[in-house]
Design a protein around this ligand. Structure first.
Ligand code: MN
Length: 379
């Protein structure tokens, strides 16, 4: 078995995409729930970005125990100092330092050459390592970088004391085969890579954030980063609940171990949605409200006979209500009978055909047939 570390960045990457900021109280509630969910690391914020974010990270560090607390920082001393200060009372403090490594970011944004980028990264890791026990270094825009240069950056920051190195698909341009290939290359070629954790950080611009992260994990990544409900910059981050359930469900991940308590998934998702005012799409994998509801007559007949015919995940294991049958014009006799029995309606067996015909007529004029509709129909 190998242990997979989960870093949750709902409060950092997720929060920065909301268009408003969460207060310390709201962030504290989410952080406490993330501990119950069993994530290893909570990225609580970016202390240098604002006094409010600084106090939130400090508040979480003071009060939330049971997970490592991480703060983000650029590779500049002022950012690192503020992060160290905010994390002072954390049980296991951790800093997440980042620098861009792609030609476009180095030339246009940083205005640094590759050698200067390596130097800045190494200096920052050295500086942080003297002040904090655990330093993570993330290579921003790694998927548009030269893999040989990425290898050089990682070798240097590992030598400087980084305990975690992250391959960030900052702009969400990767595919599973490309992302997995890069992780395989780094695992095979970066000196001392087995002494540190290699982490994934994927964005969802092409709808592949979860798939890319899974490809990275399959190729040997030791840590994965994501957010609850997949919230985050632009199209969002890899969704933590999608990764967790894929790893649990797919046999290729049966050697993966983690501290996640899956029963807490649904509650965590609901809480994050409410506090962040980000509604969950009805068809959002794992946590959407339609995901365990069956509409088609063929599917309804199947799940009544055997749930697993159309339900690969039992919703009750993630703390959601059991699967539902939704009656509509697409439903068949099996579903109608199931629903009538479930709701405890009394009727004569020989009347079922007659009831079914009336039900079909009602259903054609409605999107869904409710309990009240059924009771009127039986009268
Ligand atoms: Mn990000």
């Amino acid at each position: 078995m190998r242990k997979l570390f989960y870093l949750d960045t709902t409060l950092r990457d997720g929060e920065q995409s909301l268009g408003f900021t969460l207060n310390s109280q709201q962030k504290l509630l989410i952080a406490e729930q993330l501990v119950k969910l069993g994530v290893d690391i909570i990225e609580a914020g970016f202390p240098a970005s604002s006094p409010g974010d600084f106090s939130s990270v400090r508040e979480i560090s003071n009060k939330v125990k049971g997970a490592a607390i991480c703060g983000m920082a650029r590779c500049v001393e002022k950012d690192i100092d503020l992060c160290v200060e905010a994390l002072k009372k954390a049980e296991s403090p951790m800093i997440n330092l980042g620098l861009a490594v792609s030609p476009i970011h180095m030339e246009k944004k940083l205005k640094l050459n590759p050698a200067q980028v390596v130097e800045r990264a190494v200096n920052a890791v050295h500086y942080a390592k003297k002040r904090l026990p655990e330093v993570q270094f993330y290579a921003e825009d790694a998927l548009r970088s030269d893999p040989c240069f990425l290898r050089e950056v990682f070798e240097n920051v590992i030598e400087a004391g980084a305990a975690v190195v992250t391959v960030s698909d900052t702009v969400g341009c990767a595919t599973p085969w490309k992302y997995g290939g890069l992780i395989t290359y780094l695992k095979a070629n970066v000196k001392n890579i087995d002494h540190v954790r290699l982490s994934t950080h994927c964005h969802n611009d092409l709808g592949m954030a979860t798939a890319n992260s899974l490809a990275g994990i399959l190729a040997g990544a030791d840590q994965t980063e994501g957010t609850i409900n997949g919230i985050g910059e632009r199209a969002g981050n890899a969704s933590l609940e999608e990764m967790i359930m894929s790893i649990l469900y797919l046999t290729e991940f049966e050697n993966i171990q983690s501290g996640i308590i899956i029963k807490e998934i649904f509650k965590t998702s609901k809480m994050v949605s409410e506090i962040t005012e980000m509604p969950i799409a009805k068809n959002k994998p794992i946590v959407g409200s339609n995901v365990y509801t069956h509409f088609s007559g063929i599917h309804q007949d199947g799940v009544i006979k055997e749930k697993s015919t159309y339900e690969i995940i039992d919703p009750e294991i993630i703390g959601a209500q059991k699967g539902k049958i939704s009656l509509s014009a697409r439903s068949g006799k099996a579903a109608l009978k199931y629903k009538l029995d479930e709701l405890g309606f009394a009727y004569h067996k020989s009347d079922l055909e007659f009831i079914f015909n009336r039900f079909k007529r009602t259903a054609d004029n409605k999107t869904r047939v409710s309990e009240e509709d059924l009771s009127l129909l039986l009268e």
